[in-house]
Design a protein around this ligand. Structure first.
Ligand code: NAD
Length: 260
């Protein structure tokens, strides 16, 4: 049976891609589309329930999986709303604070929720193999990262960059928040050994590039991931929605659970 889904933020870059792909997928039923007030014009083109209020659609579509690519405060509200109704949700929004992510985690105790700052297979495989690379190279290799995104992106560094950097620093038993360096200017002095630069470039329509540098004595390795299209993230989110429909609440799921 097809899995019913509701797309929140349907008028956005990711929302539009998700609706297009969901309509073409026989295993999915696009049951509802929601965007915020003032952004609802044209939602009816998707031929399903439309609203500016998620709760109104949830009441008509029990158990539909919500897919939310919106903004941090909106995604926290989504998590807390679906926790009351028992619908599952896949959340792809980035830029959530530690406190906001804790609130999403709290809701995940009551209803199935998956949050991932990047839904692509490539990045999620990288998250699994990077700790091994970091460990094998050893502490003589300095780690830095550069990420590039389109000029409309609101958060920096990207959620993907933060996640990749967390995995890399944890592999050295460092805390990302303590060792991160998100910009250098002026007489900053020599680079401390326990530091990780994470630099953000913005411009044009770049979907998302992440380059991790490992600078060693006399050599360096660069690991690069480039997303060519938002379709790769949207396909990952739809795959996650199908998977989440069969899961129980308890803990906040990630893409690693889907790919396992
Ligand atoms: P966008 O600005 O194009 O779209 C966001 C949409 O959400 C807009 O239509 C906006 O009106 C809507 N929205 C905002 N607040 C809302 C609310 N309270 N209720 C309903 N709708 C609301 O942004 P985008 O490029 O589509 O990205 C959205 C988010 O997804 C960002 O945080 C981005 O970083 C993230 N993202 C994640 C992945 C991933 O793989 N996890 C991939 C790409 C983008």
């Amino acid at each position: 049976m097809a899995v019913s889904i509701i797309i929140l933020g349907a008028q956005g870059r990711m929302g539009n891609m998700l609706c297009t792909l969901a309509k073409a997928d026989p295993d999915l039923n696009l049951a509802g589309v929601v965007d915020r007030p003032g952004h609802e014009q044209g939602l009816e083109r998707w031929g399903c329930l439309t609203d500016t209020n998620l709760e109104a659609v949830l009441k008509k579509t029990p158990m539909a999986v919500v897919i939310d690519f919106t903004a941090p405060e909106a995604s926290v509200a989504t998590a807390e709303t679906i926790a009351k109704h028992g619908n599952p949700a896949v959340i792809g929004t980035t830029g959530l604070s530690v406190e906001q992510l804790d609130r999403v985690r709290g809701a995940a105790a009551k209803t199935p929720i998956l949050w991932a700052p990047n839904m692509s297979v490539g990045v999620n495989v990288l998250l699994q193999i990077l700790p091994k690379l970091v460990t094998l190279l050893g502490e003589k290799f300095d780690m830095e990262m550069m990420e590039v995104h389109h000029k409309a992106k609101k958060d920096a560094p990207s959620g993907t960059a933060v996640k990749l950097a967390q995995v890399m620093t944890e592999a050295r038993s460092w805390k990302y928040d303590t060792v991160k360096c998100c910009g250098r200017e002026g007489m900053v002095g020599a680079r401390p050994q326990e530091e990780m630069g994470v630099m953000a470039l913005r411009g044009g329509d770049v979907v998302g590039d992440h380059t991790m540098y490992f600078f060693g004595p006399g050599e360096r390795i660069e690991v690069k991931h480039q997303a060519h299209s938002r379709e790769t993230f949207a396909q990952g989110a739809l795959r996650a929605a199908k998977w989440l429909a069969g899961q129980k609440a308890g803990r906040l799921y990630s893409m690693a659970d889907v790919l396992a």
